[in-house]
Design a binder for this molecule. Structure first.
Ligand code: PMP
Length: 411
């Protein structure tokens, strides 16, 4: 297996001990750690350039604006959008999806129309559509999953019809870890005149994404899941659609002219970005993109698949361990949800923490999926490129120790 160990050295937080053990951070689907390079860029911004953007003519304001808008260009290139007009800065995936549901939803969805999602969605790709469906008297339709944890493509063909106005699916599930065939699904949506919205929160950090090639209409992701800061995210939208849509928030920055009773909007992308933006967040995301690009998204994807191919069989071999989602590493990202027979996942996560291994336990903001799988909660280990084969071994050993402790009272 190739090693990306030298990149790991850039992450100060990973060098600590937790409960007297070297930290193994496996909660990357929740949020990722930040390399020194990103931390330095954010600090330098506040130390040298801090000013509000787009307004001032003084030197600091110009520098801040330049850095912030350069970050937008980096995002554009990273996901291969055609223009920076198609890149809206948001607070994260949740805000991005809410904007589409509100703005495009209000424009395009009418009573009796259908919005198609799947059972494997995060709450932020469910609840905004529920609200839209309620506002409009539309119907929310769910694509089923296959027994082995894939999106059921036959069911998708049956559910996406001429009634469908919006299809919104995760590129990668934050519980099952499987990669959905977004290009095929987008073609299907377009054949029926629907737009394709993609929740890219778990894909963008882990694999190359080309929105132009995928031909998706909207694509949402979060900076904090890809080595960037919290509070910054992206909504990509095709320019022709964004031009037709109304902003969701109103105020300073997004206007062209304000008259006592009427206002006109600024041009794209600023028409959607009301108020002082998260400037340091945008610049930090730009630095994270530089960092990931230097490693290479293909390299990251391939390495994580190798890690999964290494650890999945070891986990599957442990008696009483159930793994949810596709088992073929080539269809899988580094997200592995599991349960240990007879143990509550919260107890599992607490016991693993005692061994210095950080995993998440709970419903992972995907309650309909867990209802569908008929489990109240799972533990979830999620890998990133800075995790090593040794981290994977420590997870396996900690699970074995946890089983031993709960079954025999020994640890
Ligand atoms: N969708 C998926 C698939 C996610 O994993 C997450 C984050 N857990 C979100 C949406 C929401 O992202 P955020 O909290 O950054 O808005």
């Amino acid at each position: 297996m190739q090693t990306l160990d030298h990149w790991r050295q850039d992450f100060p937080i990973l060098k600590q001990q937790v409960n007297d053990e070297p930290l193994v951070y496996l909660d990357n689907a929740a949020t990722t750690q930040k390399p020194q390079q990103v931390l330095d860029v954010i600090e330098a911004y506040y130390q040298q350039d801090n000013a509000n953007v787009h307004r001032g003519v003084h030197t600091l304001a110009e520098r801040a604006t330049k850095s912030y808008e350069t970050a937008r260009e980096k995002v554009q290139q990273f996901i291969q959008a055609k223009s920076t007009k198609e890149i809206l800065f948001t607070r994260g995936t949740t805000t991005s999806l809410n904007w589409v549901a509100k703005s495009y939803g209000d424009l395009a969805v009418e009573k009796g129309d259908e919005i198609v999602i799947s059972y494997a969605e995060h709450h932020s790709n469910i609840v905004p559509w529920q609200q839209l469906a309620k506002r409009k008297g539309a119907k929310l339709v769910y694509i089923e999953l296959t027994d082995d944890g894939y999106l059921d493509l036959e069911d998708a063909k049956a559910k996406i019809t001429d009634q469908t106005k919006i299809v919104s699916l995760a590129h990668v599930s934050n519980v099952l870890g499987g990669i959905n065939p977004i290009k095929t699904l987008t073609e299907l949506a377009h054949q029926h005149g629907a737009v394709m919205v993609v929740d890219g929160a778990q894909s963008t950090p882990h694999m190359p994404v080309n929105v132009t090639e995928l031909d998706v209409d909207f694509y949402a992701f979060s900076g904090h899941k890809m080595c960037g800061p919290t509070g910054i995210g992206v909504l990509y939208g095709k320019q022709a659609l964004l031009e037709k849509m109304e902003p969701v928030e109103f105020g300073g920055e997004m206007i062209d002219f304000v008259y006592p009773q009427e206002s006109t909007w600024s041009e794209l992308p600023w028409k959607f970005e009301a108020g002082t933006p998260n400037i340091a967040g945008g610049i930090g995301l730009g630095a994270a993109i530089d960092y990931l690009t230097a490693i290479g998204m293909d390299t990251i994807h391939q390495y994580e698949q190798e890690l999964v191919a290494y650890v999945l069989p070891k986990l599957e071999a442990i008696e009483g361990v159930t793994i949810y989602g596709p088992k073929d590493p080539k269809d899988h990202t580094g997200v592995i949800a599991f349960n240990i027979e007879g143990l509550h996942p919260h107890d599992v996560a607490t016991a693993l923490d005692m061994e210095g291994v950080a995993v998440r336990a709970g419903h992972h903001c995907a309650q309909p999926l867990l209802q569908y799988l008929k489990v109240p909660a799972t533990a979830r280990a999620s890998f990133y490129f800075y995790n090593t084969k040794e981290d994977a071994d420590r997870l396996v050993d900690a699970i074995l120790a946890t089983k031993e402790f709960f079954q025999n009272g020994l640890i």
